[in-house]
Design a protein around this ligand. Structure first.
Ligand code: R1P
Ligand code: URA
Length: 238
């Protein structure tokens, strides 16, 4: 049973899926974190693998960039492949001055400028929230000492645009507690709600909007191990 965007066979995906934006990050996770990982789909170069982690089946599938793209993959996984939980392993731009490059943000809420989710329930300002058990388990793993390093929990902005100049909007968002900007979490949370699944986004800060500090593209591809292990801990304990 292939879908328009996934060529895997029934049963190829585990119920738990890690979802980075970048297909090469999906391959890196499969090759360095999972045991016995095998490629299960590569339509449009969006790579998906299934293996095990500490004996539990886990899949990893790239989402591509932006809310339309992650909405397609998350919907097809929940609706047609029996997937129950998706954790986005993303990068994000740091907005709040407390953040440093390499910090991890567990997205306990996602604001958005996108009409994609606003149109789901006309007239309603939809609340984009992760599954509470997954978020609580990731926060607990972050504070357990097993995965040291700065981890923050709070709201992100899921933006439709990467290249956009809106300093006053960003300032207001930070004043209202927003930590970082990325481009998928809100849509993932809305799809999970609509499809009866569970979702969470854990993002590594790849650059700082207020200082210009940034990871290189190569570093962005691999420097998210802490986020991956927090996600795997959340799957195991939620
Ligand atoms: O690194 P990923 O997971 O793709 O996430 C961030 O990076 C991309 C933009 O460069 C957007 O997808 C944004 O959300
Ligand atoms: O600034 C950034 C960095 C990563 N992802 C984004 O969407 N924005």
């Amino acid at each position: 049973m292939a879908t328009p965007h996934i060529s895997a066979a029934p049963g190829d995906f585990a119920p738990d899926v890690l979802m980075p934006g970048d297909p090469r990050r999906a391959r890196h996770i499969a090759e360095t974190v999972l045991d016995d990982a095998r490629l299960v789909t590569e339509v449009r170069g969006i790579l998906g693998f299934t293996g095990t982690y500490e004996g539990r089946p886990v899949s990893v599938l790239a989402s591509g960039m932006g809310m339309p793209s992650i909405s397609i993959y998350a919907t097809e996984l929940f609706r047609f492949y029996g997937v129950r939980r998706i954790i986005r392993i993303g990068t994000a731009g740091g907005m709040a001055p407390v953040l440093e490059v390499g910090d991890v943000v567990i997205a306990t809420a996602a604001h958005t400028d996108s009409a994609l989710t606003a149109n789901r329930i006309p007239g309603i300002h939809y609340s984009h929230a992760p599954n509470f058990a997954l978020a609580a388990a990731a926060v607990a793993a972050a504070t357990s000492g097993t995965h040291p390093g700065a981890v923050h929990a709070g709201a992100v902005l899921s933006s439709d645009a990467f290249y956009v100049d809106r300093p006053s909007t960003n300032e207001l968002l930070v004043r209202h507690g927003t930590l970082a900007v990325e481009m998928e979490a809100a849509a993932l949370y809305a799809v999970a709600d609509a499809e009866g699944g569970q979702a969470l986004a854990i993002c590594t800060i790849s650059d700082l909007l207020f200082s210009g500090a940034a990871l290189s593209a190569d570093e962005r591809e691999v420097l998210f191990d802490r986020a991956v292990h927090l996600g795997l801990a959340a799957f195991a304990t939620a």
